[in-house]
Design a protein around this ligand. Structure first.
Ligand code: SF4
Ligand code: SF4
Ligand code: SF4
Length: 327
């Protein structure tokens, strides 16, 4: 468990340094089951910082966001360090961004958080309905202790945690400059049984499933915008010249979007599940991501986001690579 006082003192110490420009963390929202991301630029803001099982967002997406306002003429861009609080899955995104040279190791200070899981707001909503105040949630052994609209609730962790947490292989950060709590035990092993279950279906049933799901897509691009690995300055799906994918939301264009995205994330997706979490029409996007992850692990013995020195999968070649799929 992260001690809030220790966290806030560490954040203050970091923000008082001359070489740090901002700290990415979480604070209580105005209401709801998920903490709000916080970009803190001044040590006076650290008292808002917290970590508990409501801290769901993968903050690594913010590192690569460009500052929106143009740098005023005559001024230099602020290239000082970004400090970031990172759970296990968030730290994998940082490692993969580093492997892709999105920025340098000296550009970030990683405050690592051993993590016992975060709650799924959809599951929590089904259990508790709408809430009008911010929810607090702590893991204690196999239990989650929540404060919902002023009332204490105790539930089995498995009932409320996000699916990714139930199979998390890296609850402890794979990279950090300082750990904010003691390391935790893995909750369960990941045997990719979800992928195997899906694969058992016939080809026709799988097509029918994706047809149904992709037909719902409204192409809001929230899945792309929230993804820590979707940080290209220009994106193939929004380019107009040339226009690779039309904007109409018919099944053909939607399928093209999702297949392009899945390929672009092969060997890069670190399974943070943010894309699926934010989808407004509940498309189970992890179905594709998990299949790709399982395949590259089996075929190339490669796992993204665990080794910052590793060559990115699609930028490296090994003569022993399997090649049955090459026509
Ligand atoms: S996937 Fe692992 S590191 Fe990420 S929130 Fe769940 S338990 Fe924590
Ligand atoms: S978030 Fe959902 S609806 Fe929006 S583009 Fe992605 S899949 Fe489609
Ligand atoms: S595709 Fe989804 S699960 Fe994979 S890194 Fe992006 S947001 Fe996370």
């Amino acid at each position: 468990m992260v001690d809030s006082k220790k966290l806030q003192e560490k954040a203050r110490e970091i923000l008082e340094r001359d070489d740090v420009r901002r700290l990415l963390g979480w604070k209580r929202p105005t209401y709801g089951f998920e903490a709000a991301p916080a970009v803190i630029k001044d040590a006076s803001g650290v008292d808002d910082l917290l970590f508990d099982a409501t801290c769901v967002n993968n903050l690594a997406s913010f590192i690569t966001l460009e500052e929106k306002p143009p740098v005023p003429r005559g001024e230099e861009p602020d290239t000082r360090k970004t400090a970031i609080m990172a759970k296990g899955c968030d730290s994998r995104a940082i490692v993969q961004q580093l492997a892709e040279k999105a920025y340098g190791r000296d550009d970030v200070i990683v405050l690592g958080i051993p993590c016992s899981g975060v709650i799924d707001r959809r599951k929590a909503g089904e259990m508790f309905g709408d809430v009008s105040a911010p929810v607090a949630a702590e893991c204690e052994g196999d239990k989650l202790i929540l404060e919902v609209d002023g009332e204490k609730k105790e539930v089995d962790r498995k009932e409320l945690m996000m699916d990714k947490c139930l199979r998390c292989r890296y609850p402890n950060p794979v990279i950090s400059d300082e750990l904010l709590a003691d390391e935790v035990e893995k909750f369960a092993d990941d045997d990719f049984s979800d992928v195997a279950r899906f694969e058992k279906q016939s080809q026709e049933d799988k097509w029918a499933f994706f047809d149904e799901q992709f037909s719902k897509c409204v192409r809001c691009y929230s899945c792309r915008n929230v993804c820590p690995m979707c940080y290209c300055v220009e994106c193939i799906v929004t380019n107009l010249k040339p226009q690779w994918t039309r904007r109409s939301t018919d099944i053909s264009e939607n399928t093209a979007y999702h297949l392009q995205r899945a390929w672009h994330l092969t060997g890069r997706c670190i399974e943070c599940m943010e894309c699926e979490r934010v989808c407004p029409v509940d498309i189970p996007l992890m179905t594709l991501n998990r299949r790709m992850t399982r395949d590259i692990k089996e075929m190339f013995d490669y796992e993204p986001g665990v080794d910052p020195e590793a060559e990115p999968l699609l930028a490296s070649y090994n003569p022993q690579d399997p090649e049955e799929y090459i026509m």
